[in-house]
Design a protein around this ligand. Structure first.
Ligand SMILES: [Fe+2]
Ligand SMILES: [Fe+2]
Length: 273
């Protein structure tokens, strides 16, 4: 079939302005990029050093080791999740952005692996984090994956980094937590920007599936946040009242995030705490 082709090819400039937010987070991610060698490995203790008897010190170290283990476990799952997002996203701007997120999660994992090597090696896994990981990885649609991982999880995790950093001043652990709080702020922001674009064309069925996904995820997130491995059981009861109060605020924030994406959150059930 032949067409009459004009000598001047008509280049249709597609309007990509709705992706400007995603592009902005790509540029931010490149600007903020750091390297594992930037962490002052030789100059600071890995985690806070305990005082008192050798038994007491060993017990303290086990507590910190379990904190590091939980973060390592989360970032290994995040590697798989970021790779899924890179593979699933059809839009060039989002693919470019996700290529940086894959690198970030991989770098986070590298830093945690090095740190855990200095505090006794890998330990007990948090079973709730594994369940959350399955929820992200098996979510049906791209909208749902972005929603669960970037809109919720990566936002809800930031106050936890700040909290760990506050209780581990002058250590490698503090340094890494501060870096990750910034990175996950970018991951969350990029997810919000992309989810807005995705939801513009989404039908009611997709939107209500997101509310269902939130209702499955939030109780598991609550269990993850309150979970204590054997090493931390003795601090667990001490912290629990404060932890629960904090968690209620975080979950409420999650609901507001969903509302800000234009979702009908009247059906969101926050877990009873
Ligand atoms: Fe991460
Ligand atoms: Fe992240």
């Amino acid at each position: 079939m032949s067409h009459v082709v004009s000598a001047e090819p008509i280049v249709e400039e597609e309007d990509r302005s709705e992706y400007a937010g995603v592009v902005r987070f790509y540029e931010l991610a490149k600007h903020q990029e750091w390297q594992v060698r930037d962490v002052p490995w030789g100059n600071l203790p890995p985690v806070p050093e305990g005082k008192g008897s050798p038994e007491r010190q060993a017990r303290r170290r086990d507590v910190w080791r379990s904190v590091v283990m939980q973060q390592l476990q989360a970032d290994v799952i995040a590697c798989e999740m970021a790779a899924q997002l890179l593979n699933a996203a059809p839009d060039p701007e989002a693919r470019l952005y996700y290529s940086t997120m894959v690198q970030d999660e991989s770098r986070h994992t590298e830093a945690w692996l090095k740190l855990i090597g200095r505090v006794g090696g890998e330990g007990e896994r948090d079973p709730h984090l594994d369940k959350l990981g399955h929820m992200f990885l098996e979510a049906d649609s791209l909208e749902e994956k972005v929603f669960l991982m970037q809109v919720f999880f990566e936002r809800l995790i930031i106050p936890r980094f700040r909290l760990i950093a506050r209780s581990s001043r002058g250590t490698i652990l503090e340094d890494i937590c501060n870096r990750l709080a910034v990175d996950d702020g970018i991951h969350h922001g990029a997810g919000m920007a992309y989810e807005r674009v995705l939801l513009e064309d989404a039908d009611g069925k997709v939107k209500s599936s997101l509310i269902g996904a939130a209702n499955r995820m939030l109780p598991e997130f609550a269990k993850h946040a309150l979970w204590r491995p054997k090493a931390r059981e003795f601090v667990g009861s001490l912290m629990e009242t404060r932890d629960r109060a904090r968690l209620v605020q975080e979950l409420e924030h999650g609901r507001r995030l969903a509302a800000s994406l234009g979702l009908d959150v009247s059906e969101v059930r926050l877990p009873a705490l």
